[in-house]
Design a protein around this ligand. Structure first.
Ligand code: NAD
Ligand code: WQD
Length: 359
């Protein structure tokens, strides 16, 4: 199928109904791409796709959604057969660190085997441009900060190892066939939401990550935030991370796709997507309190096993080679996260509850 008169580039986005994926899809549509989402809705809701359509208005005619599993060869093949895909942005994956320790096979199967399946399909249909969602988790306990792309890689848990293994698989693939063009984006800590408050992060169960937890305390879904350790060698004793607005991340994917389009010999390159600035847990909580006007009750608890004191990334390579730089501040992140929380205190579930009530 050719769309939009044939000139439009078709990008397949796996995991496009998820948190980072949905924000990226909005940006891709606004930048004029035709987007095909493949998502099995394991950790997302179709309502998110409806809202993406609403946010992009007329451009929604250039969005196709397929509820499909990347582990299912037949389903994936059918999508590649239908659309003449020029590039893939691959977000689909499971991401809960604790669950990956308890159920490593589930993680290796979904993330690693799912990616192999996707790569085989891409190869079959001669679609050899890929942007992969890697993670700062591949730096493990970094030897120093800021993390540079050429640091030695290590992983502290099965989730992290799926990212590490996939990065290595992608390197091997490129070595075997130099016509592939691959960018591996290592995200630091994505937070925030679309400024409309219509799409955002909607974790199932108890949130693992700091900001969704803080947000749920603020809307009254949870009593207090446990601060995991106040005895780290940092300015206030709490962990320091590089939080990045999900809109900046979305723009980073467009920059990566543009780079792939104009750089046939890019090879298989990693880029950090972070801000280069570190913020402590207490600083983040203070910023959120200011943005929301809500007090976040805290309890200092033990360190979480596997956590590092301080992680933030160097932004130099992405700035120089992708022409991309994060623009939004911690204040922007908290303001947008809070708007999303106020409008959707129960995430997308609220929509479904209201629909059920009507019928
Ligand atoms: P998310 O869970 O919101 O999105 C992932 C999406 O992939 C979900 O919609 C899910 O339903 C879908 N999915 C999972 N397995 C699938 C499968 N087998 N077939 C089809 N769809 C499938 O997570 P996110 O935060 O948007 O993360 C996107 C990617 O970025 C993931 O690969 C994640 O590991 C990576 N990443 C996330 C973070 C973070 O903190 N959020 C940080 C670094 C890297
Ligand atoms: C941030 C800071 C915690 C929750 C994780 C994954 C990583 C990547 C991003 C995908 C730390 C502290 C947290 C809470 C707290 N994901 N904290 N109380 O650990 O940097 O990274 O998400 O690739 O792989 O490991 O992010 O948001 O969990 O924690 O005190 O209830 O907040 O100790 O200092 P992290 P996080």
């Amino acid at each position: 199928i050719q769309h939009g008169g044939g000139a439009q580039e078709i990008v397949l986005v796996t995991g496009g109904a998820g948190y980072i994926g949905s924000h990226t899809v909005v940006e891709l549509l606004q930048q004029g791409y035709f987007v095909v989402i493949v998502d099995n809705l394991y950790n997302s809701a179709e309502e998110c796709v409806n809202r993406v359509r609403e946010l992009v208005g007329d451009r929604s005619q250039f969005l196709a959604f397929h509820k499909a599993d990347i582990c299912d060869t037949l389903q994936l093949d059918a999508v590649f057969r239908k659309y003449k895909t020029s590039a893939v942005v691959h977000f689909a994956g499971l991401k809960a660190v604790g669950e990956s320790v308890a159920e490593p096979l589930k993680y290796y199967k979904n993330n690693v085997a799912g990616t192999l399946n996707l790569l085989e399909c891409m190869k079959k249909y001669d679609c050899k441009k890929l942007v992969f969602s890697s993670s700062a988790t591949v730096y493990g306990q970094p030897k120093s900060v800021p993390c540079m792309e050429d640091f030695p890689l290590q992983a502290a848990n099965p989730y992290g190892r799926t990212k590490l293994f996939i990065e290595e698989i992608l390197n091997d693939l490129y070595e075997s066939d130099k016509t592939w063009r691959i960018i591996m984006l290592r995200y630091f800590n994505p937070v925030g939401a679309h400024p409309s408050g219509r799409i955002g992060e909607d974790p199932a169960g108890i949130p693992n990550n700091l900001m969704p937890f803080v947000e749920q305390v603020a809307v009254g879904r949870r009593k207090e935030l446990s601060v995991f350790g106040k005895d780290y060698p940092t300015r206030d004793g709490t962990g320091i991370r590089d939080y990045i607005h999900v809109l900046d991340l979305a723009a980073g994917h467009v920059a990566a796709l543009r780079k792939l389009a104009v750089t046939p010999d890019i090879g298989c390159e990693p880029y950090n997507l972070g801000t280069g600035r570190g913020t402590s847990v207490l600083e983040m909580v203070a910023a959120f309190e200011k943005a929301s006007g809500k007090k976040i009750p805290l309890r200092i608890s033990d360190r979480r096993p596997g956590d590092c004191a301080e992680v933030f990334g160097s932004t130099k390579k992405a700035e120089e080679e992708l022409g991309w730089k994060a623009k939004l501040s911690i204040e922007d992140m908290c303001r947008d996260q809070w708007r999303w929380a106020c409008k959707n205190p129960w995430g997308y579930r609220e929509h479904y509850a209201a629909e059920a009530h009507k019928s």
